[in-house]
Design a protein around this ligand. Structure first.
Ligand code: BJW
Length: 249
């Protein structure tokens, strides 16, 4: 069953109140109201201006490491300037009332943690971290020099952002934890994601296959909308606080 803009629908309120093991799968849309650009928004999404094949693939990095490094440095600086919004804070409040809530995020901006969520699974890494491109692990400090990509002090390979690019495997432990959380969930929320990028986009379908209800929050329709029990059209920063208010203590 699908209902739009019926936040106070009785069945929805009952679902929210009863759910103890909630998984909130989030995407770029939840950070949009903080000023972090989404990827696929037709006007302002990153992919409207930048080519993902050149900036978010290992092949693009191999072709032009400096272009990729500088693009991520620009985005890292952007993320450092923004603040969590009402949507991030609402999920942290929800977890305070329902300690079984797990956030599974595709976002690399760390805003859930900054809003106070402590059970956060990062599927696509974190833009604030940097690692050796040849596999020598994370790097705590590096020197930025204009026109140069910093190098690993152990092997001299380039450093790269600790994010997951197209064609790369997701961190195995994070994906396994996300799948386990969904398998144990009694409610899955899909918030601010276009539901296009795999394997994250398949997580709500794991829940649906097990008969677990999925509630979507997105101003736009997505491929998930028709299958979600409730598909709520609106912004995460407006709808999530309203949903948390329904739960009670
Ligand atoms: C609001 C809002 C508001 C706005 N409130 N909402 C099976 C089939 C086909 C292809 C594949 C497949 N399996 C794997 C693939 C290939 C690929 C893939 O999925 N491609 C598809 C695009 C077709 N996947 C991969 O390569 C993944 N690796 C993998 O699967 O390895 C194994 C394998 C490899 C190759 C072949 C087969 C298997 C890795 C994916 C890595 C994604 N990386 C990025 C970049 C991260 C680093 C960085 O930040 O630069 O992750 S791409 C980008 O997309 C980023 C995001 O996390 C991800 C998802 O985007 P998201 O969050 O959904 O954002 P948008 O912009 O798409 O949507 C925002 C939504 O918010 C919109 O709906 C708005 O309406 C909404 N919104 N304002 C609420 N206020």
């Amino acid at each position: 069953m699908m209902a739009e803009n019926r936040v106070l629908d009785d069945e929805l309120v009952a679902l929210l109140r009863q759910a103890q093991r909630v998984v909130a799968l989030t995407g770029a849309g939840i950070s949009a109201e903080s000023g972090v650009p989404t990827f696929r928004d037709a006007q302002q999404g990153l992919w409207a201006e930048y080519d993902p094949m050149e900036l978010a693939t290992p092949e693009g990095f191999a072709r032009n490491p400096l272009r990729v490094w500088e693009w991520y440095a620009m985005r890292r600086a952007q993320v450092a300037k923004v603040q969590p919004n009402a949507g991030h804070y609402a999920l942290a409040q929800w977890a305070a009332r329902r300690p079984g809530l797990t956030v599974v995020t595709q976002n690399v901006d760390g805003l859930h943690q900054r809003a106070g969520s402590d059970r956060v699974i990062e599927l696509h890494g974190n833009i604030t971290r940097v690692r050796c491109a040849a596999g020598h692990g994370p790097v705590a400090e590096w020197q930025e020099k204009a026109g140069e990509v910093p190098r690993c002090c152990q092997c001299d390979a380039y450093l790269r952002p600790d994010v997951v690019w197209f064609g790369e495997l997701l961190p195995a432990a994070a994906l396994a934890s996300a799948e386990q959380a969904v398998a144990a969930a009694d409610l899955v929320l899909s918030i601010g994601t276009s539901s296009l990028v795999q394997p994250a986009a398949s997580l709500p379908y794991l829940a649906l296959g097990a008969g677990v209800p999925v509630v979507e929050i997105n101003p736009e329709q997505t491929p998930l909308s028709a299958d979600a029990r409730f598909s709520l059209r609106g912004k995460a920063g407006e709808l999530l606080p309203a949903l948390v208010a329904c739960i009670g203590d």
